[in-house]
Design a protein around this ligand. Structure first.
Ligand code: DGP
Length: 118
């Protein structure tokens, strides 16, 4: 499954099954699982199976993986019946709260979400 992984990356270790996770969705491109520290009734992380650190490190060849993460988030939101309002978030860089350097889309929903975010 995960060919393009990084040995020390925690999300690559989840992809390889070395760290347990609560799987929500999987396809050829992405894997989605419950966030360990949920900030909303639905808080799912969607990650590409290929390792890259984040949005600012992404290359043109990563465009499909990034798009697939968002499409998977939309599918999960449909399945969970939270389409009235949900949010997909990419924290980019430590100043925005990124703590794991494997690109991940947060899918947050199931409660009202204020704007602007903090
Ligand atoms: P960010 O701060 O945007 O880099 O988000 C990282 C998220 O990853 C954060 O919400 C907590 C979650 N997380 C970190 N380690 C683990 C883990 O081992 N398992 C799971 N399920 N989530 C994790």
């Amino acid at each position: 499954m995960a060919n393009d992984t990084d040995s020390s990356c925690i999300f690559c270790r989840i992809l390889r099954g070395e760290i347990p996770s609560k799987k929500v969705y999987e396809d050829e491109y992405v894997y989605a699982f419950e966030d360990i520290d949920p900030k909303a009734p639905t808080h799912v992380l969607v990650i590409p199976k290929k390792h890259f650190a984040g949005l600012k490190e992404a290359q043109a060849e990563d465009a499909e993986a990034i798009g697939r993460c968002h499409l998977a988030a939309a599918e999960i939101a449909r399945r969970r019946n939270i389409e009235h309002g949900y949010r997909t978030v990419l924290n980019v860089g430590p100043g925005a709260g990124q703590s794991v350097f494997h690109l991940h889309v947060h899918l947050l929903g199931g409660r009202s979400l204020s704007w602007p975010p903090g």
